[in-house]
Design a binder for this molecule. Structure first.
Ligand code: FAD
Length: 311
């Protein structure tokens, strides 16, 4: 049962999502190779080779792979896929861009956002915004998966390094898409998807000034990332990349503090796997209290400054 893991990285460092996907891969089978597709990415291959459970690392370097656009990357994965029963990737922006194209080229059904590996061909994945968990058995000879990594611990480092093999990239630039620029938001806080603590605000915050004034001091004291509900994002209180939920980011921090968020199913879909959930809401009937470990019924404009003082 050979498995190819398409790694998530930025040509300099391997993302933690890859180490988490590796844990899932080793639950499917034992012969796991990691593909580093990129440009000047030898350092990333070295990092991958040190992870426990890796059989070998394939390093494919080419100009066309620098940004891992879907067309050249899927072509590379297709060329390599002959040796593998399963090809998988974390459900990151890149994974979600590349893997459906590979599945289409292989003419197989992709199994998306897997949260649990039951066996080498049976997987669990959320449907209806996480309200139901579907158990899927795939009888495809070749399986293409994306993994929702929040539920998998990162693979540890091994004492030894797996071999790194250079593979022929054999892909040219596609004229179907091209890389223009990456506009990254500058933020001193931890990145939302990787944060251990998240303080999130909803529509109740009322304005972008209040959002910053009331949430940021508490987030700063806790060393937390700031998140938002879609209502807060749509109202312009917070930027789009802070949105948590079905159409935002899926997070599973150690602590999630939901402030003035009602707990609509689409929001819960993005945060209900958090280890400890604290909810602050004036409405004791708010659905967020059904998933909260600790609930404070009250006005967030009084409670958050008090929490900040106490911290
Ligand atoms: P509201 O539902 O308006 O809740 C505000 C809460 O604040 C209320 O519970 C109220 O009691 C409380 N409150 C008011 N004043 C105070 C105060 N002073 N102190 C404390 N509490 C107070 N939503 C997401 O969040 N993420 C998504 O990814 C997402 N995707 C969606 C996808 C689809 C297809 C659809 C249809 C919807 C999606 N939504 C998403 C929207 C979702 O349905 C809700 O509308 C949204 O989550 C509500 O945001 P909210 O809780 O901030 O606002």
């Amino acid at each position: 049962m050979a498995i190819l893991l398409f790694a998530d990285h930025d040509n300099a460092a391997l993302s933690e999502q890859t180490a988490k996907t590796l844990t899932a891969a080793t639950q499917i089978g034992t012969e796991v190779d990691i593909l580093i597709a990129g440009k000047d990415a030898a350092a990333v291959a070295e990092q991958a080779s040190k992870l426990a459970g890796v059989r070998s690392v394939l390093l494919a370097e080419a100009e066309a792979l620098e940004h891992r656009l879907a067309e050249p990357t899927a072509a590379l994965l297709l060329a390599l896929s002959g040796d593998y029963d399963t090809v998988l990737a974390p459900a990151t922006t890149t994974g979600k861009n590349v893997m459906p194209r590979l599945a289409a080229l292989l003419d197989v059904m992709q199994i998306s956002e897997v949260i649990e590996v039951v066996s080498s061909d049976i997987f669990k994945r959320p449907i209806y915004a996480g309200n139901a968990i579907e158990v899927v058995q795939s009888l495809e000879a070749k399986k293409v998966l994306t993994l929702r990594t929040a539920g998998f611990p990162a693979a540890a480092e091994a004492g030894t390094a797996a071999p790194i093999k250079a593979v022929e990239a054999g892909v040219g630039n596609s004229d179907l898409s091209r890389f223009v620029e990456n506009i990254l938001s500058k933020n001193d806080r931890p990145e939302l998807s990787a944060a251990r603590i998240i303080v999130s605000g909803g529509r109740a915050l009322g304005s972008d000034e209040k959002f910053r004034e009331v949430l940021n001091p508490v987030a700063d004291k806790l060393g937390a990332a700031v998140g938002a509900s879609r209502a807060a994002v749509d109202a312009g209180f917070a930027p789009n990349d802070l949105q948590v939920g079905q159409t935002g980011k899926v997070v599973a921090p150690d602590l999630y503090v939901a402030c003035g968020i009602s707990g609509a199913i689409q929001h819960l879909a993005g945060m209900k796997d958090s280890k400890v959930i604290v909810a602050i809401n004036t409405d004791e009937e708010a659905p967020i209290f059904q998933v909260a470990d600790y609930g404070i019924v009250g006005d967030l404009f009084e409670i958050l400054p008090e929490i900040e003082r106490q911290l």
